[in-house]
Design a protein around this ligand. Sequence first.
Ligand SMILES: Nc1nc2c(ncn2[C@@H]2O[C@H](COP(=O)(O)OP(=O)(O)OP(=O)(O)O)[C@@H](O)[C@H]2O)c(=O)[nH]1
Length: 371
Amino acid sequence: MLLGLTTGKTAEVEEIAPDARMRGLRFIARIHRMRTLGWGLGVLSIASVLYQQQAPLLAWIALLVNGYVWPHMAWLAARRSRDPARAELRSLVLDSVLGGAWIAMMQFNLLPSALLAVMLSVDKIGVAGWRFLARTAIAQVLACAATSALLGFPVQLHSSMLNIVASLPFLFGYPMAISTAAYALGRRVLRQNRMLEHLNRIDDVTGLFNRRHWEEVAGKELARCLRTRRPAVVMMIDVDDFKQINDRHGHVVGDAVLRCVADVLKTSLREIDTPARYGGDEFCVLLAETRMDGAREVAERLRAEVEAIECALAPQVRCTVSIGLAEASRVLVSVQDWVNVADIAMYQAKHHGRNRAEAVSAAKALRNSSL
Ligand SMILES: Nc1nc2c(ncn2[C@@H]2O[C@H](COP(=O)(O)OP(=O)(O)OP(=O)(O)O)[C@@H](O)[C@H]2O)c(=O)[nH]1
């Protein structure tokens, strides 16, 4: 009697997170808690029937072992197994076998039997879906039929007031526990989805936003600028001769240099500006509420700070950047246009000797090219 509800999204999250065995055990620990609770409460219900039947001592011992020892044995078996998930599935099948046997032992006493059957089914669906339920149902029915045959097929469907009262803790306690577990799991999935969404927007080398997220932000900003006539500037920043840094010092140092440039962007810009890694050795920055004069000052400051970088991993490496600037303008139709104009300015800076910033007006760039 247990619940280990899972969903497709959780499974996905579990897939990508590290240390699968630990996570598997944590999941099985939740199942263990529910099994302990389910059998613990279910014992009362079954005991009320055994009491009425004046069952032999052996049946009482079997019930106590099943109710209070078996859940811990199943947990131990999962923890000691090399494949805890497989061990847990075996325990779930055994749960069904035991449940089937108890239903026959209770001579199909309606309320306790129905409770046991429903709860065991809920567990299976929650843990591994309908197909698994179908497989375990066969084991449950076979165990039930075999036990009933051993006892001579006795049937006593009537549930007394004692059976009803003894079933109440199970009837209320177990669904409450299921709801609590489902709620906690739902919240966890929500948290993990938010985290995934955040990670999807981050470049893993530099920790800056990635191009996809930046283009979304820049698209909204361009629309806002065109609507309100507020100023904004896009800055494209390319590391000069970065290929040589890679070739001379290796990609690990190359990555470290990219991180150093990213750190300059993270620390030197205002909160309302959005820096990102555009791709390769190219960065982009959206300078909100900024005119070209202000953007030139920011670009010059960034250029000087990058030139002064002393990368801890490779203090001897020096790097510079070429920066292109483009102000938002009515002639720009899309973010791609805006980036293209800033790119033209950046290549102009490269052409004029690198380690400098240049600006190009969108109207002029569009006139001179086929953007
Ligand atoms: N270390 C590292 N290198 C990268 C990464 N992404 C792209 N590169 C390398 O960055 C280099 C970019 O070189 P280019 O932009 O073509 O040329 P450049 O040497 O920077 O020369 P200019 O741009 O003309 O100054 C290429 O060698 C890419 O392989 C990365 O994530 N890490």
